[in-house]
Design a protein around this ligand. Structure first.
Ligand SMILES: [Zn+2]
Length: 212
């Protein structure tokens, strides 16, 4: 029998980066990324508290291959905070690619957190930029609202969802991943690594129908 997770006052759904550039036809499309939209809309109806996040880069962001002469997407470079994968230009502030997927319909979401806004720092996690110290403000928001259990859904499972889960655990929050509401990029074994990480940090991975 499948166990149900009962929702309460301290629960929040964080919808990670469901944006056009990460969906079919976008510049950094996650395979089958569009498929999460309907499932997330349904799941969000069960939550009183919902936060949406948006990857939101300035032009010529350091994470874009086009910013670096002679580099191509998925090359890696060394940056002060470690190794940076170079991506196709994506989610440039104010462009249609950075907008939420047209069918995403969560009008009761109370906050939108934008990340990756600093030209020199990428941001996978919705809590901290990739230097691990620059906050997005989301932790402060959750603390002030007394939200202590985080449910994650969105794109991509093996990058922004994964790093958000790790940061949330480190901040002492409980983490549940609605796995059927996520899709992965799966580059260089990143999906297997993400799954191993969820197990290691004690993040629960569940089917969204068990959340009620
Ligand atoms: Zn990005």
């Amino acid at each position: 029998m499948t166990q149900t997770i009962s929702l309460g006052d301290g629960d929040v759904l964080i919808v990670v980066d469901v944006q056009n550039d990460f969906c079919q036809g976008g510049s950094l499309a996650v395979p089958r990324g569009d498929e999460v939209v309907a499932a997330i809309n349904e799941l969000a109806k069960r939550f009183e508290n919902v936060v949406l996040t948006q990857d939101w880069h300035p032009r010529e962001h350091q994470s874009f291959a086009s910013t670096h002469r002679g580099r191509k997407p998925f090359d890696t470079i060394a940056v002060p905070y470690g190794t940076q994968i170079l991506w196709p230009d994506h989610c440039v502030q104010g462009t249609p690619g950075a907008a939420f997927h047209w069918d995403l319909n969560i009008s009761h979401a109370a906050a939108i957190v934008r990340k990756g806004i600093h030209p020199q720092i990428d941001s996978y996690s919705t809590f901290y930029e990739n230097d691990r110290v620059t906050p997005t403000g989301l932790i402060g928001y959750l603390r002030e609202r007394k939200l202590t259990r985080v449910f994650l859904a969105g794109l991509a499972l093996d990058f922004c969802v994964r790093y958000s889960a790790e940061d949330a655990c480190r901040e002492g929050l409980s983490v549940v991943i609605a796995e059927d509401c996520c899709r992965a990029i799966d580059v260089n074994g990143s999906l297997a690594e993400a799954r191993a990480s969820f197990a290691a940090i004690g993040a629960l991975s569940v089917a969204s129908r068990t959340i009620a």
